[in-house]
Design a protein around this ligand. Structure first.
Ligand code: GTP
Ligand code: MG
Length: 203
């Protein structure tokens, strides 16, 4: 799929104010600093589209970007930010779960996972929660440029094994690097497939 245009549209603190025009949407979620905003920039080919930072906790709102005038990519705040207070975690949980549960045209949520880390309870719990609520998701392993290919393969197979303790089958899994652009084609092809079935289902 070609990206012809990608523009920032709106930031919100509540799903209720998010755009209401029946366009397909894809969200990016995961731990703070995992690379959600960078991945949106890599996929759209616009380095400064979503704000990134080496300090965790940069993205604080629900950010809609419109792509090809046709569908949305949504950048969300991260979870598991060590310095966040209990109260702000509760606020996060509420507004993100409301968003994920109520966006009718949210076709898939990409859960981003740092490929360097061992499986983290917070990610596994989040994916289990998505499963229990019937929220379709896929996994994208990020920052793979920081690992050798053999180390990456080891991490991936360990992760998959861990997930199969909870799941009968794995969701779609992608590997990415916002630095080398690894994963861009596969992710875009996957988005195209989902968009095709979405438009077929509506015609
Ligand atoms: P929050 O908005 O704070 O939740 O973070 P985020 O998940 O949006 O992460 P962001 O894209 O802001 O990236 C965090 C840091 O990781 C930045 O310093 C990025 O440059 C770096 N980073 C992101 N993706 C990659 C990658 O694929 N490779 C490398 N080497 N660094 C990356
Ligand atoms: Mg961000």
């Amino acid at each position: 799929m070609d990206i012809n245009s990608a523009e920032f549209l709106i930031s919100n603190t509540t799903f209720k104010k998010c755009p209401q025009n029946e366009k397909a949407e894809f969200a990016f979620i995961g731990r703070s600093n995992v690379g959600k905003s960078s991945l949106i920039n890599m996929i759209t080919g616009k380095k400064k589209l979503a704000k990134t930072s080496s300090t965790p906790g940069k993205t604080q709102l629900i950010n809609h970007f419109i792509v090809n005038d046709e569908w949305y990519l949504v950048d969300l705040p991260g979870y598991g930010y060590a310095k966040a207070s209990k109260k702000s975690r509760k606020v996060w949980e509420h507004f993100i779960s409301e968003y994920l549960l109520h966006r009718e045209f949210l076709l898939t949520t990409f859960v981003l996972i740092d490929s360097r880390l061992e499986p983290q309870a917070i990610d596994l719990e989040f994916m289990n929660w998505c499963g229990s609520k019937g929220i379709p998701f896929s996994i994208i392993f990020t920052k793979t440029d920081k690992l050798s290919s053999s180390a990456l393969q080891k991490k991936l197979s360990f992760y998959k094994k861990e997930m199969l303790k909870y799941w009968e089958e794995l969701p779609p899994v992608f590997i990415s690097s916002s630095q080398s652009k690894l994963g861009r084609e596969s992710i875009l092809n996957y988005l195209q497939e989902i968009l095709n079935s979405f438009s077929e289902s509506r015609s």
